[in-house]
Design a protein around this ligand. Structure first.
Ligand code: ADP
Ligand code: MG
Length: 320
């Protein structure tokens, strides 16, 4: 199969065209319509085999994650996803791999109602780059550098499950019951980005980020960009039943504070907006847990029963 046959067979997804796609896959360029009154929000992420994922892992999971991590960035900005482009570098033509990859891709783009509108296909070491596009009115675009001292810092969902799932996948965490294993692995392999929550946070969150590199690492981005400190309380960090069942406290702390891949949203709100925000998130199926407060004192601190938790890791960093 040549490049063009691969594109035809595996990447043209036969999805119903979105109304805002004038030209999708198949020409030199895609041609697209941005709705009146909205801005185009754009984000890109690359997943490299054996850097971001085990190269021989399930192609359906790889496709899911490549799209999910990008939609998560849009969610953190309050944007509604619309289109994605896909750059695929494959070491060889492997029909079985491409069939599974295509299945994963189709499932997640259909789930979120987004359309693949183009891309590129080359031969080389396995690498997947997705660029996601979405819409958001300019006045409710949620940034990182706009948190203020005194505001509450909150998260959606539970933290640490994905890191525990990874530890299970790598065989580092054994002695785990089947039910917990399945739940934690799923969080690692098929995260569902908080797209609805991001939209619900428009006009409410004063700043937001998605948790991809670990809570502390990502909170630090809000803190540094906004020029404020953060005080977190360990006992408020939301943990799943499965996580509590399989991990002791040190491992729970490491997974929930420094483990990556949760793809939950972390955001700040004014205290008197908290309840309304919690209700707005509830209507889209997300929890909203206040885990601490923004402060005037620089740095990120975590308290466990009024004692400082020693923090020695700030999440995953390339070139770190
Ligand atoms: P060009 O030579 O003009 O770069 P290509 O042969 O790379 O065009 O691509 C032909 C068409 O297929 C274009 O519309 C392109 O966007 C699309 N395409 C190529 N690779 C992919 C891919 N991996 N996923 C989605 N669309 C793709
Ligand atoms: Mg090309």
């Amino acid at each position: 199969m040549d490049e063009f046959e691969i594109i035809n067979e595996f990447l043209t997804l036969n999805v119903k065209n979105r109304k805002d796609v004038i030209q999708g896959i198949g020409d030199d360029c895609a041609l697209l319509k941005v709705p009146r009154g909205q801005r185009l929000a754009v984000s890109m992420d690359t997943l490299i085999g054996d850097v971001h994922f085990v190269a021989d892992s399930n192609p359906e999971d790889i496709a899911h994650k490549a799209v999910a991590v990008n939609l998560s960035d849009l969610a953190a900005a309050g944007a509604e996803p619309s289109w994605v482009t896909l750059s695929l570098t494959l070491p060889e033509f492997d029909q079985q791999w491409l069939t599974a990859f295509h299945r994963g891709l189709k499932k997640i783009v259909d789930y979120f109602g987004v359309q693949i509108i183009g891309g590129d296909t080359c031969k080389g070491p396995l690498s997947i780059t997705v660029q996601a596009h979405g819409f958001v009115p300019q006045q409710v675009f949620i940034k990182r550098n706009t948190a203020k001292a005194g505001e509450l810092i909150c998260v959606t969902g539970n933290l640490g499950d994905a890191a525990l799932g990874l530890a299970i996948a790598k065989g580092e965490l054994t002695d785990v019951d089947e039910d917990s294993k399945e739940k934690l692995l799923k969080q690692y392999q098929r995260p569902y980005p908080r797209v609805g929550a991001g939209i619900a946070l428009r006009g409410r969150a004063t700043a937001a980020i998605d948790i991809s590199d670990g809570l502390l690492a990502d909170v630090r981005h809000i803190s540094q960009a906004s020029g404020v400190g953060v005080l977190l309380r360990w006992e408020r960090i939301p943990l799943s039943e499965a996580a509590k069942k399989v991990a002791d406290k040190p491992l729970l702390m490491k997974s929930a504070l420094s483990g990556g891949d949760d793809y939950e949203l972390c955001f700040t709100v004014k205290e008197d907006e908290f309840e309304a925000t919690q209700q707005a998130l509830e209507t889209v199926g997300s929890t909203c847990i206040a885990i601490g407060r923004m402060t005037g004192k620089p740095g990120v601190r975590v308290l466990d029963h009024d004692e400082n938790v020693a923090i020695d890791t700030f999440g995953y960093q390339h070139f770190g």
